[in-house]
Design a protein around this ligand. Structure first.
Ligand code: 5AD
Ligand code: SF4
Length: 450
């Protein structure tokens, strides 16, 4: 049966904050709304429905959204429906409705199935909060409307069962649950049919994936075996979930790229313990060594928090020395942000690190990571890499942004017609963080099977 085309229900604009999981959720929401007759637009001006898909990980992220909601109120079309979705919606619930009178929908990460009905209710003047967790909800029947034409974000797990003491995610996204392997594989096959050749498996601790029958090793093998998948990435793993089976799968599946984002958070065992990260400095180093032994040419990136309660100068020095010894290709660095309700906020007040000290540490950490990656990047001049053309370069002109398997960004001359192509480039220059290159030899298409 051919489904009848839904009537035009209006235009919808979705603005996304935070992590890739949120990007993926926005793709699901837009897909669901498209199936109900909504047309996606890429500006809030004039949109009938505006959804702000939010992040709660740090106070700064929430403040940005609150500012943005104020701005939208001043500029939106009269009568437009405004909804707040995602982690901040889950965390603040009714407080958001009190605070922003023009918001009529507050929907947490497990509530998107009801979006069309809730928008209808909002049109009748109702204001709704939908923040119940649904441990069965994987949006399996949704057709995501993908923003990216080259790589597909594939959620494989929702929620988190770790309880890192600084982190709000277990509160906002609920307990960990994995999609069935067969459902993930089906989605990957569909994305290949749409012309994509890179997939990124998403989960809060993605390598703890387990659907009751299959673990992350099985998942990596199954996705890597889908014909047409040339690049396979995953984010973010937890160091403790890299068992031998998983590492073995990573080392033997050809599509697995030589890049792992491995959040370290701190290089001090004392602080790691307070963070309830469940590994020591040595344990983290050991994980790095096992990954490097299994995946030649592996690039590592990381997340680090400074200013966690009780962090002394010595603890911070251990973080710096870990960063130096490991030699990360890049790192995301954060000042600790207390989140209401997390155990870190209940630590004794005298452990609080003054903001000025945290800022100083952050600056030193950023400088350390930067100088190290700059030095490593200078060594790349003249090297050749396979790159995938991802998008037109932001700075415009006649450049496209491409990526190596180990996650280096290389700008090369070109235009939108090249998106999705694999090319071989020679690195001709570096700004310190990104590269410029020139095409040296275009890859021949792979021969057809059969
Ligand atoms: N304060 C600062 N950084 C945080 N992160 C998570 N929670 C907090 C917090 N309360 C960081 C961690 C995590 C990344 C996504 O955000 O480094 O890996
Ligand atoms: Fe937060 Fe820790 Fe879970 Fe990551 S593993 S989402 S940092 S609680």
């Amino acid at each position: 049966m051919i489904p009848s085309k839904p009537e035009h229900a209006g235009t919808v604009y979705v603005e996304t904050y935070g992590c890739q999981m949120n990007v993926s959720d926005s793709e699901l929401m837009l897909g669901k709304l498209a199936a109900h007759g909504y047309e996606a637009v890429d500006t809030p001006d004039g949109a009938d429905v505006i959804l702000v898909n939010t992040c709660a990980i740090r106070d700064h992220a929430e403040q940005r959204v609150l500012g943005r909601l104020g701005e939208l109120k001043r500029n939106m079309k009269p009568g437009a429906i405004v909804g707040v979705t995602g982690c901040m919606a889950q965390r603040l619930g009714p407080k958001l409705l009190d605070r922003a009178k023009h918001v009529s929908l507050v929907i947490g990460p497990d509530g998107y199935r009801a979006l069309p009905a809730l928008i209808e209710a909002a049109r009748r003047g109702e204001r709704t909060i939908a923040t119940t967790f649904d441990l069965e909800e994987h949006y399996e029947d949704f057709q995501p409307r993908r923003f990216d034409k080259v790589k597909a974000w594939i959620p494989v797990q929702r929620g988190c069962d770790y309880r890192c003491t600084y982190c709000i995610v277990p509160t906002t996204r609920g307990p960990e649950r994995s999609r069935a392997l067969a459902d993930v594989v089906r989605e990957v096959e569909a994305t290949v049919d749409e012309g994509m050749s890179e997939v990124v498996l998403l989960g809060q601790t993605v390598n703890s994936y387990h659907d009751g029958r299959h673990d992350f090793a099985d998942l990596v093998r199954a996705v890597g075996a889908v014909p047409g998948v040339r690049r396979l990435r995953f984010t973010s793993p937890h160091p403790n979930d890299f068992g031998d089976r998983v590492i073995d799968a990573l080392s033997t599946v050809d599509a697995v790229c030589e890049h792992v984002h491995l959040p370290m958070q701190s290089g001090s065992t004392r602080i790691l313990k307070r963070m309830l990260r469940r590994y020591t400095r040595e344990g983290y180093f050991d994980c790095v060594a096992r990954l490097r032994a299994a995946i030649p040419g592996l690039a590592l990136t990381t997340d680090v928090i400074v200013g966690f309660p009780g962090e002394t100068d010595e603890d911070f020095d251990e973080t710096l020395s870990a960063v130096r010894e490991i030699g990360f290709a890049d790192g995301f660095t954060f000042k600790f942000s207390p989140r209401d309700g997390t155990p870190a906020t209940r630590m004794p007040a005298e452990l609080t690190v003054p903001d000025a000290v945290a800022s100083e540490r952050l600056a030193e950490l950023v400088a350390t990571i930067r100088s190290q990656s700059r030095a490593a990047n200078m060594q790349q001049l003249g090297q050749r890499y396979e790159v995938l053309v991802e998008r037109e370069a932001r700075r415009g002109g006649d450049l496209v942004q491409t990526r190596t398997r180990d996650f280096k960004t290389v700008l090369i001359p070109g235009d939108a017609s090249m998106l999705g192509q694999y090319l071989t480039v020679e690195i001709t220059g570096t700004t310190g963080s990104t590269f410029t290159g020139r095409v040296v030899r275009e890859r021949q298409p792979l021969p057809m099977a059969g």
